[in-house]
Design a protein around this ligand. Structure first.
Ligand SMILES: *[C@@H]1O[C@H](CO)[C@@H](O)[C@H](O)[C@H]1NC(C)=O
Ligand SMILES: *[C@@H]1O[C@H](CO)[C@@H](O)[C@H](O)[C@H]1NC(C)=O
Ligand SMILES: *[C@@H]1O[C@H](CO)[C@@H](O)[C@H](O)[C@H]1NC(C)=O
Length: 385
């Protein structure tokens, strides 16, 4: 008992030191980014229509706040160094889009790069950090993602620190999202420099890529906490390369991992199934739990084919994902010892996807139905006394 509690407390304590003190990322950021669906094919109307759709389709009510313009918005620099938007795609400039997004009660994110050019060869912020941060603040930007193309000879911690300080110096709180794809272990310094840091290469819209980004989180879960989160990349839910069973697993695990919930699909023409995955309120609540402890891999069976991921919640309960990565259906047995609980503890179990109570159990729980291939069951287990 003492040992279980001490391990858990150590995890929580480690997660809250050194946070960047800009008042943001008290819970993982939620929003949408243009990249996964539109890539470089963006313009002001698609960004503004997406923001409008987020309000009308329930995404905003579910907690999605940031509307993030990814690569390809920048047009160039004036002779004095100030960056300007691409006049073809953003003819009214970025402030015009920001004002519209703010009028909807949402927040706007923008993209830049720590190198001389962005990945799509637009102007990067290298050497222009103070200038760009000031411009973003004047436009009313709320969120800055900084990529890592054409920057590979630099030390990421030092380079990102320059933008971090430049953003701070503007006096406008801007969420700072580091994106060096896990290069030089950003989780070891990210907390003092930014509000989230990418931990892996870009996610692709397929099962293997999603699983690979997931498994890369297992050794580093303790580095995330209130103020700064491990980022296994934006979500692919709704983009068509995985089944809905797989997207439910993707969404469940990203939620449990305190990953940023940044949707990456077409929100203007979204189907009901995708919308119901992205707005599953009890699943989102696990991601947004104020305790801020990232879920971790607590048990593997059959060489990892079946996995249990779990996290403690602020109310003393545990959230659990029973995850079957196999191509055959399976059951998974959860022991209370896996989730920092005494065997004698009575736990009331709720299924977060079906939103049903499953009863009260001691010692262990085993799903009575098989978990489908690549599927999962997501639960909360709450002490009854
Ligand atoms: C800037 O950094 C200081 C010191 O960490 C912090 O107190 C302040 O809130 C920060 N301001 C912004 C706008 O991020
Ligand atoms: C804006 O971008 C969207 C998405 O790529 C595209 O369908 C639309 O035609 C574009 N509109 C203009 C005016 O370029
Ligand atoms: C730089 O030049 C542009 C275009 O003339 C102007 O709009 C902007 O205010 C200037 N920026 C600064 C910091 O002087």
């Amino acid at each position: 008992m003492m040992k279980i509690a001490a391990t858990l407390l150590a995890t929580i304590a480690l997660a809250t030191v050194n946070a960047l003190d800009n008042g943001l990322a008290l819970t993982p950021q939620m929003g949408w980014s243009s990249w996964n669906f539109y890539a470089c094919n963006i313009n002001e109307s698609v960004i503004m229509n997406t923001a409008k759709a987020m309000v009308s389709n329930g995404m905003a009510d579910a907690g999605y706040t940031y509307v993030n313009i990814d690569d390809c918005w920048a047009g160039g620099r004036y002779p004095n160094g100030t960056v300007y938007a691409d006049p073809t795609n953003f003819p009214n400039g970025i402030k015009y889009v920001a004002d519209y997004i703010h009028s909807l009660g949402l927040k706007i994110g923008i993209y830049t790069d720590a190198g001389t050019e962005t990945c799509q060869k637009r102007v990067g912020s290298y050497g222009y950090e103070a200038n760009d941060a000031q411009t973003y603040a004047e436009w009313g930007i709320d969120y800055v993602k900084e990529d890592w193309c054409y920057a590979t000879l630099e030390n990421p911690q030092q380079r990102y620190q320059i933008m971090s300080q430049a953003l701070n110096a503007t006096g406008r709180p801007m969420f700072f999202s580091l994106c060096d794809w896990g290069y030089e272990n950003p989780w070891t310094f990210g907390m003092s420099v930014g509000n989230s840091w990418r931990t892996t290469p870009d996610i692709k819209d397929n099962w293997d890529s999603m699983l690979s980004n997931l498994m890369a989180q297992a050794p580093i879960t303790s580095f995330s906490g209130i103020g700064g989160f491990n980022d296994p990349d934006m979500m692919m839910v709704g983009n068509g390369g995985m089944s809905n069973t797989e997207y439910v697993s993707h969404f469940s695990l990203w939620s449990l991992l305190n990953a940023p919930l940044i949707a990456g699909c077409d929100l203007i023409d979204i189907d009901q199934e995708t919308l119901s995955i992205l707005t599953a309120s009890e699943v989102i609540a696990i991601n947004q739990d104020p305790l801020g402890v990232q879920g971790s891999l607590v048990k593997s069976y059959n060489g990892g084919l079946q996995q249990i991921w779990a996290k403690p919640l602020s109310n003393g309960a545990r959230a659990v994902v029973l995850f079957n990565t196999d191509t055959n259906p399976a059951t998974i047995e959860l022991l209370w010892g896996n989730i920092w609980m005494e065997p004698s503890q009575q736990l009331s179990i709720r299924n977060l996807w079906t939103q049903t109570n499953l009863g009260t159990f001691t010692e262990s729980y085993e799903s009575d139905s098989l978990i489908p291939p690549h599927g999962c069951i997501m639960l909360t287990l709450t002490p009854t006394n």
